[in-house]
Write a new protein. Structure first.
Length: 276
């Protein structure tokens, strides 16, 4: 609990635009105390939790990590309620790139961030990877389990929020498709640093992210929790890794029933910390 509380205090403090000193002043304590909370060296006195909850505008339960979500993050919770698979069951083309670049000729552990209904996670499991996957939607998690069962493979799927979840175990591959626009700009450095630290030597990150272009109209879906990316931004978080592939594509989409286009940056980066 201590680590989760430490992480949540830091996340929600930043969400409110407060420094450690400002939060400490509002609580009538020293900023060193807040620093120790966020570094998981100590925990707040129980008498401070109601005031801390009020200032950070989250429930005590959520602050302590007992509630994964208390508001809807994505429109797809509703879309995934149907029997049909909203995105289909064919894997993203980037999945084949993973197979080519880092095939499971030995046991490899893979994480699918924002797995949706599970088509990519199940593809990886079917091809021999040890797969963990998470999504913020209950319906998506249930459909991932069903697809895995139907395919005869195991995927360790669980519920988590991209903004709150941090790795505490190492992976060989971290994969995410069509999800990183939910990452608030002020959290990106912290989240990518966490992902990079918990990636094994020679491991890879395979990500894509929607980017804004003046010649492409905004998508018809009105997602209030989506945040813009610009061309090249994703690569700046990987200046110290080997960029195995990077491209920008424009593609047609009909996901909402309204034909539209997206621009997307794709990236494959590899962790190399020792000399060849």
């Amino acid at each position: 609990m201590k680590d989760k509380l430490a992480r949540n205090i830091s996340i929600y403090r930043k969400e409110q635009g407060l420094t450690q000193e400002e939060l400490a002043k509002l609580l009538g304590i020293s900023f060193q105390a807040v620093s120790k909370w966020e570094n998981a060296q100590t925990m707040p006195d129980i008498t401070l939790l109601p005031a801390l909850s009020t200032i950070l505008e989250v429930s005590v339960d959520k602050l302590l990590g007992y509630v994964a979500q208390d508001k809807r993050i994505t429109i797809y919770e509703d879309e995934y309620q149907t029997e049909d698979y909203y995105w289909g069951t064919e894997p993203n083309t980037a999945c084949y790139q993973v197979l080519q670049l880092i095939p499971p000729t030995k046991p490899l552990k893979l994480l699918d961030i924002g797995c949706g209904e599970g088509k990519d996670a199940v593809f990886f499991a079917r091809n021999g990877y040890e797969v963990d996957a998470f999504d913020v939607t209950n319906a998506g998690i249930e459909k991932t389990r069903r697809l895995a069962d139907r395919t005869g493979v195991h995927v360790n799927v669980f519920k988590a929020d991209l903004l709150e979840f941090r790795l505490d175990t190492h992976y060989d591959i971290i994969f995410s498709s069509g999800v990183l626009h939910y990452m608030k700009p002020e959290y990106r450095a912290d989240i990518f640093d966490n992902y990079k630290r918990f990636t094994n030597e020679n491991g890879m990150h395979v990500f894509n992210v929607f980017v804004n272009k003046p010649f492409i109209a905004p998508p018809p879906e009105k997602e209030t929790n989506a945040y813009p990316w610009q061309s090249g931004q994703l690569l700046t978080y990987y200046h110290d890794w080997l960029i195995r592939d990077s491209a920008e594509i424009v593609f047609d989409c009909n996901s909402s029933g309204i034909p539209h286009q997206h621009a997307m940056t794709t990236m494959v980066a590899q962790k190399i910390t020792t000399s060849p």
